[in-house]
Design a protein around this ligand. Sequence first.
Ligand code: 2P0
Length: 349
Amino acid sequence: MADQEVQRASTYAPVNIAVIKYWGKRDTKLNLPTNSSLSVTLSQDDLRTHTTATCSSSYKSDTLTLNGSDQDIAGARTQACLRELRALRKEIEAKDSHVPKLSEMALKIVSENNFPTAAGLASSAAGFAALVRAIANLYQLPATPTVLSRIARQGSGSACRSLFGGYVGWNQGELDDGSDSVAYEVAPASHWPGMRALILVASAEKKDVSSTAGMQQTVASSALFQHRAENVVPKRMEAMEAAIKDRNFEAFAALTTKDSNNFHATCLDTDPPIFYMNDTSRAAVRMCETINQVAGRQICAYTFDAGPNAVVYYLAEDEGRVAGAFKSMLGDLTGWTEGVKATDVSAGM
Ligand code: 2P0
């Protein structure tokens, strides 16, 4: 029987690293944020999730494996993504009775990360983006990256930004149903040919406080957070979009470092305080400050997510002064123990 066949689709989704950070939800069910954010999608040659989605009437139930281990697929976030994707497939099936009823078959989803999971390197972003796109491809949905970003957001907020390459905004939106809380392209990766990122792994261990739990503690207890969401981020979003459009590295770098520090300040202002950065992270901050002082201008910008690992943005013309300095101190990254890896952001997805 035709529907006993296994239907299959695979995709890659890269990690994105925010330069204006998402931290705080106004709706925890739909992952609606308290502020807009902006990120840079890395090349899928570097940090990425590869996902294969298959479905067959011979499968008993939906399953998900990540790096060979079975994952809980019953969680509300994964279920929300599956429900939305199946609903879109049903619309196609309703229009044409010859179209196989894939929406009624169980799914088998197999994902692999080529970097440490849950160590503050945006694994959930790449993970949910890949899951949503793999199933959308399997179902042959005519969905745009914007529609897929709305679905992936429900898996993990930052995942909505990994559906686009290059420089990507996520509009916080205003509507209660989240339909306007979607990602959009600010500029493609090729817009800024010299842009490079250095990934500095200070620890590949799983973080102590998950982003989801950490941001809820911050929303509940930090006064600084209110100020950040209302007064700091809106102006920075505008300034950052302008810096990217103008390819103004000094403005981009100043905003990136300030926003990382502001985000970590709200973590420290949380009760109990959350420490994502460690001594190695702070050594990387000092290294960037020294590199910029010696250069006489800001030629590198650090940013830290919910973990101790740094991403340092710089331009190709400063490769020796930035990546060279870090590599001579920490060595090239091999096997995700401590070290650094330089990546070409402009190569795109
Ligand atoms: C970001 N982070 O903008 C910020 C900066 C971490 C620090 O998005 O609860 O894993 O799944 O929506 O997306 C991490 O938060 O949280 C994150 P959920 P998510 O990249």
